[in-house]
Design a protein around this ligand. Structure first.
Ligand code: HEM
Length: 349
């Protein structure tokens, strides 16, 4: 089953004594047959938030926290916060034990990860960030960066399984790219040499945007083209899914057609027609990383496997905070044989 919060290529960079947050989560994902408490809590939060949005009375905190959903929400929040706080605290203790200089020295030649950077960061008054601040940043990155990429990757594999002709073309492109390499490692420069695969990923993000909507508070009155005004202070829900499926913006919106993102065809696209990563000052700060991650995982998967639909398990979209499918996305991965056996396997990162 592919739909889930585990992007196969997310970074696990720490080589010190305490594993990085992503690394720890990955270890859990790889070892556990059942979802960990952390993952279960993230999934629960994602569904509870959307359920609450649809019930007007429950927008009131006081009422919400008295309901069974409200209690489950608190419990799931606690689980997520405890998990991150534990990792940050253990890392902090290790830093205190070694001291700043020795800690920095121990990291030389190794990758300094996100939590290390935050632990060593100072605020504008030259003070260390509190453990709560660090945990809050780590939570944002885990929530924004993990499930979203997993959803994006799952849907692109699904769309390519539905369209073997595009899948074949992607594989050919990647094979050409890897032709003279000794190992199957994708390097940074390779990422710009995969134009068709990139078009396929973008079209999948259009048809199945992992984040379906964002909300913004108007900081001033906004006049719409028809003369109506959105008053300052109002909160607006902006539907990414709706924009991506609007036939006035995208003709035949339900059709998966990567050629929409052919540079020639996308020249006249309005700038906000495609916004899987949102837009404006609070857009996604991880979008380049996410695109790189998806390209690497897609390339290495298609090199090794043919991806086919499992016809016996129909897919129905399920928009929660992240676009999922109701019963998972089930695909068959058929090993492609000699081309992948002749070379040493490469890490998926
Ligand atoms: C396909 C993958 C991804 C998609 C579709 C996506 C989409 C988005 C969207 C739509 C927002 C705006 C949310 C809002 O305004 O309410 C956002 C924000 C954010 N994303 Fe992503 N994201 C992805 C991957 C990532 C990754 C990999 C990271 C981190 C490594 C990341 C970190 C963030 C952060 C920190 C924010 C908050 C930015 C802010 O509020 O200033 N995202 N993302």
């Amino acid at each position: 089953m592919l739909q889930g919060p585990a992007p196969p290529g997310s970074p696990s960079s720490d080589q010190g004594t305490s594993p990085s947050l992503a690394c720890q989560l990955h270890a859990e994902l790889l070892c556990c047959r059942t979802p960990s408490d952390y993952i279960a809590a993230i999934l629960e939060l994602s569904s509870l938030v959307v359920r609450r949005q649809h019930r007007l009375l429950l927008h009131w905190d006081f009422l919400y926290h008295l309901t069974p959903d409200g209690r489950r929400f608190r419990c799931a929040c606690d689980t997520v916060h405890r998990f991150t706080a534990d990792v940050v605290q253990r890392r902090h203790q290790a830093l205190d034990r070694l001291g700043r200089e020795a800690w920095l020295k121990s990291k030389q030649g190794k990758t300094v990860d996100f939590i290390d950077i935050l632990l060593l960061a100072k605020d504008e008054d030259d003070q260390d960030l509190s453990e709560e601040d660090i945990a809050a940043e780590a939570d944002t990155f885990m929530f924004e960066g993990h499930d979203t990429t997993a959803s994006g990757l799952s849907w692109v594999l699904y769309n390519l399984a539905c369209h073997p002709e595009y899948q074949k073309r992607c594989r050919e492109e990647i094979k050409d790219l890897m032709q003279d390499k000794e190992s199957e490692e994708i390097e940074w420069e390779d990422l710009s040499q995969m134009p068709f695969s990139t078009m396929c990923i973008k079209e999948s993000l259009r048809l199945h945007p992992p984040v379906t909507a964002v909300s913004r508070r108007c900081t001033e009155d906004i006049k719409l083209p028809d003369g109506r005004v959105l008053p300052k202070g109002n909160i607006c829900l902006i539907s990414i899914y709706g924009t991506h499926h609007n036939p006035a913006v995208w003709p035949e919106p339900q059709v998966y057609n990567p050629h929409r993102f052919d540079p020639e065809n996308s020249k006249n696209q309005p700038p906000l027609a495609f916004m899987p990563f949102s837009a404006g000052p609070r857009n996604c700060i991880g979008q380049n990383f996410a695109m790189a991650e998806m390209k690497v995982v897609l390339a290495l998967t298609l090199l090794r496997f043919a991806v086919r639909l499992d016809e016996s398990r129909p897919v129905r979209r399920k928009p929660e905070l992240i676009l999922r499918s109701e019963n998972g996305l089930w695909l068959h991965l058929e090993p492609l044989g000699p081309c992948c056996e002749s070379r040493p396997p490469a890490p998926l990162s």
